[in-house]
Write a protein that binds this ligand. Structure first.
Ligand code: NDP
Length: 245
C-alpha cells in the first residue's frame, strides 16, 4: 500500500517554477495535493491538466500577502479535508536589480520582498497551524535559499560571497531563523519544520538561468515534505545535505 495516499499537502506559489513541479512530484508520490495560486483561474487550469494525467491534485486560491485570501483558504481546506499534513511555503519573489549596489536598493523593494518572503510565509503558517495540528505527522517546508546563509555571505571563499541582493538575502535569512523558532516551539509535537535550498534552478525568478531544471529543483522540498518520523526538525538542507546557517 502507498503510505502517502492518505496525506493532504498544500504548496503555495504553485502556478509555475519549483512550486508547480513540487505539486507534480508530491502527487506522483500519491499525496493528495492542493495547488495554491494567487489567481483562481490559473490554479484551476493547472490542476485540471494534472488531473488529466491521473494525478490527485486540487486547485486552491491563495494570495499569500492577502489576509482575507489566507482566511478563506484555511476555511476551504478545513471544509474539504478537516486537516493538513504538509505545508510547503514556496511562494517567493526576488525584486532587486542585481546591477545596483546594496546601498542603492530602494526601501520599497525591501518592504515588498519582506511582505511576500517573510510576513506572508509567517501569516500562512500561523493560519494553517490548527489544521496541521490535526495531522498525525505534520510537515512544514520553508523554501529558502543558500543566499539566506549568513555564514556563507561572511566567507570570502564562498561562491555566494559577491552575490549581494540584500533584501532577498535577508528575507531568506529571516525565513531560516523563523524555521528554528517554530521548530523549537513545536519540538514536543509530531510537526516537523524544516527549511531547504532548492539549488540554482532555471525558472522565471532568474530569467531562465540556473544550473538545474525544476525536476531536480523540487526534490529538496519533496524530500522534507515526505520526511519520516525519525527525520530532523529545524534543519537547513539541500537534497538532505546540511547547509551552514
Ligand atoms: P518563480 O518566480 O518561477 O515562481 C514564483 C511563484 O511564487 C509563482 O507561482 C508566483 O505566482 C508565486 N507568488 C509570488 N507572490 C505570490 C503571492 N503573493 N501569492 C501567491 N503566490 C505568489 O520562482 P521559483 O520557482 O524560482 O522560486 C520558488 C521558491 O524557490 C521561491 O521561494 C524562491 O525564493 C526559491 N528559490 C529559488 C531559486 C532558483 O534558483 N529559482 C534558488 C533558491 C530559492 P504568480 O505566477 O501568480 O506570480
Amino acid at each position: 500500500m502507498n503510505t502517502q495516499q492518505n496525506k493532504i499537502a498544500l504548496v503555495t506559489g504553485a502556478t509555475r517554477g519549483i512550486g508547480l513541479e513540487t505539486v507534480r512530484q508530491l502527487a506522483r508520490a500519491g499525496v493528495h495535493t492542493l495547488l495554491a495560486g494567487r489567481k483562481r483561474e490559473t490554479a484551476l487550469v493547472l490542476a485540471l491538466e494534472l488531473q488529466a494525467e491521473g494525478l490527485p491534485v486540487e486547485a486552491l486560491q491563495l494570495d499569500v500577502t492577502d489576509a482575507g485570501s489566507i482566511d478563506a483558504a484555511v476555511r476551504d481546506v478545513g471544509q474539504r479535508h478537516g486537516r493538513l499534513d504538509i505545508l510547503v511555503n514556496n511562494a517567493g519573489v526576488l525584486l532587486e536589480d542585481p546591477s545596483l549596489p546594496p546601498s542603492a536598493q530602494p526601501l520599497d523593494t525591501w518592504r515588498r520582498t519582506f511582505d511576500t518572503n517573510v510576513h506572508a510565509l509567517v501569516a500562512v503558517t500561523q493560519a494553517f497551524l490548527p489544521l496541521l495540528r490535526r495531522s498525525a505527522a505534520g510537515r512544514i517546508v520553508n523554501v529558502s535559499s543558500i543566499l539566506g546563509s549568513q555564514a556563507l555571505h561572511a566567507d570570502p571563499a564562498s561562491p555566494i560571497y559577491d552575490f549581494k541582493v540584500p533584501a532577498y538575502n535577508a528575507s531568506k535569512a529571516a525565513v531560516n531563523n523563523w524555521t528554528l523558532s517554530l521548530a523549537y516551539e513545536l519540538r514536543a509535537t509530531p510537526i516537523k519544520v524544516n527549511t531547504v535550498h532548492p539549488g540554482y534552478v532555471r525558472t522565471d525568478m532568474n530569467a531562465g538561468e540556473g544550473e538545474i531544471d525544476v525536476a531536480d529543483g523540487a526534490r529538496s522540498s519533496v524530500q522534507m515534505a515526505l520526511l519520516d518520523a525519525d527525520g530532523p526538525s529545524g534543519s537547513f538542507t539541500h537534497l538532505g545535505q546540511v547547509l551552514p546557517w
